[in-house]
Design a protein around this ligand. Structure first.
Ligand code: ADP
Length: 493
């Protein structure tokens, strides 16, 4: 039996066209890595108002997409993923997507037509492949906005007369906290039979839960780290869907995200003051001095510099960092925070920065270049997330020889090895209890190793920098999942 050779990615985000978080990186990097392995990978996403179409190919025929009680018409634009042989299709519908945001308007309010938008993308992806006469072995859908595609496949395309009858589906959960929960009345917009609005379908506690529909409907499920895959099967980590994930437990696989190891490479990074690698770390000291100068911190080489780059939210444990800040700064350390997010947290750190003398600095906002300079210039990187499906910054940190101090949760636990002072092993420092005491104590431990055991600290830096975080391994794992899904769909397993 031939291995799956064609995959259609259905996604609300894809860098650089539409990029909000980690999903946007995955939806670009994974198809590119699959294409390098010889898979015919293609991507479909909505044409948001912020995406210019002037340089794109426009398909001649419009695409009809049946929705609840009506047919929506879409123009189809086509482009390519930069630097890869991967076609990207954009479904264009001005009334639904001619706005600049991806999920919710500024302020976090979902649009009234959120369900229609999700139905349009999911059903539109299937219509598109029939329209193109290109029938993928697998549709790989991402998060709740695309989670209806497996439901449509099962409900409308399973008849042997449908060209999609043998197409399997894989749903990836990037963050279970986002499920696409809406009023049950909006189910009408999907055009699906009302009997699917049941508790082992699309209804969850009387509301419409789009992600849950996909969790029941997809041939296989994945999430972005093995540890998160087991956490979401528990009451504590299941966000109300742990029973569904236990029910589908045998079909749920955790695959770690890779990182873009060309953009995040201290040996070639154009954003940083000096280049370095695991064999020659002198450049890292120059990066630290440059960062201290830029942040107006005291220019000392002997003081450990702790960096944070984050959304300032409870998910990232930023509130606990705020509560632990005085205790952390009681040590002889310097600290730099780059982030934006919840207003109270922004203000807390801004005020501390103003009053923090030459030891604490906060920069509010989103600044990619500065995030590279912090990764390169810091000695330690703090990321005490409450939950973390995968996380990227702890991987960037290790690549840059900046030892992460993390909470042992989700992808953080999977990608950071605990420091062991007896054996000299490890690539970072982990805490378990998310309390100010535990956080401050773990930072104090890392500071002590930095100061009193420089040979161990240096060995940990080298080991961290030599770890593999690229996409190749992940792409191979996904190819295996596609293989299982295709076999199962065709009834061989
Ligand atoms: P999440 O997707 O939950 O925010 P990840 O760690 O998976 O967390 O990805 C976050 C990405 O966004 C990382 O690449 C991180 O460097 C980047 N990032 C977050 N906040 C900022 C910021 N203020 N400035 C620059 N980059 C940021």
């Amino acid at each position: 039996m031939a291995k799956p050779r064609s995959v259609l990615f259905v996604t609300p985000e894809c860098a650089p066209f539409a990029h909000v978080g980690g999903l946007g990186d995955v939806a670009a990097a994974l198809p590119a890595a699959l294409a390098r392995e010889g898979v015919d990978a293609r991507i479909v996403l909505p044409r948001y108002g912020s995406i210019p179409t002037t340089a794109m190919k426009r398909h001649r025929e419009p695409l009809g997409i049946p929705l609840g009680g009506r047919e929506a018409w879409s123009a189809v634009f086509e482009s390519k993923l930069p630097g890869a042989d991967v076609p990207v299709y954009f479904l264009d519908h001005m009334a639904l997507f001619g706005r600049d945001y991806v999920y919710a308007a500024p302020g976090g309010v979902f649009p009234r037509d959120a369900v229609t938008r999700a139905a349009f993308l999911s059903r539109g992806a299937l219509q598109l492949s029939k329209h193109l006469g290109w029938i993928p072995d697998v549709v790989h859908v991402h998060d709740w906005p695309a989670a209806l595609a497996p439901v449509y496949l099962n409900a409308l395309e399973s008849d042997s007369a449908s060209p999609l009858a043998r197409t399997a589906s894989v749903l990836t959960i990037h963050n279970l906290a986002h499920q696409g929960i809406f009023a049950p009345e909006s189910f009408r917009e999907t055009g699906l039979s009302p009997d699917l609005l049941r508790e082992d379908g699309l209804a969850h506690r009387g509301r419409l839960d789009l992600l849950q529909g996909g969790l029941y409907g997809a041939t296989m499920l994945t999430t972005v780290s093995p540890r998160y895959a087991s956490e979401i099967r528990t009451f504590e980590g299941g966000e109300g869907l742990d029973h569904v994930l236990r029910f589908r437990g045998a079909d749920l696989v955790g695959i770690l995200n890779g990182i873009d190891d060309r953009a995040w490479n201290p040996a070639t990074d154009p954003f940083i003051a000096a280049r370095y690698d695991a064999r020659a770390l002198a450049g890292k000291a120059a990066c630290k001095t440059a960062l201290q100068r830029e942040m107006r911190l005291a220019q000392r080489t002997d003081v450990p510099l702790v960096g944070i780059v984050t959304r300032l939210t409870a998910q990232k444990g930023s509130d606990v960092v705020a509560r632990a800040l005085d205790r952390i700064l009681a040590e002889d350390v310097q600290m730099v925070v780059l982030g934006s997010g919840e207003v109270d947290l922004e203000e807390f750190f801004r005020v501390r920065s103003l009053l923090g003398g030459d030891r604490f600095r906060m920069v509010r906002g989103y600044d990619e270049a500065l995030s590279h300079r912090i990764e390169a210039g810091a000695d330690l990187f703090l990321m005490p997330s409450r939950f973390e499906p995968c996380g990227l910054n702890q991987m960037y940190s290790q690549r840059y020889g900046t030892l992460p101090v993390v909470r042992a949760t989700g992808g953080l636990d999977d990608t950071v090895e605990q420091c062991d002072e007896r054996t000299g092993e490890g690539t970072g420092f982990k805490l378990w209890d998310l309390t100010p005491d535990s956080l401050a104590a773990t930072v104090a431990w890392a500071v002590r190793v930095y100061r009193d055991e420089p040979a161990l600290f240096r060995a940990m830096q080298r080991r961290a920098m030599q770890k593999e975080f690229g996409w190749e391994k992940a792409a191979q794992r996904y190819a295996e999942v596609y293989d299982w899904a295709a076999l199962r769909k065709r009834g061989s397993r």
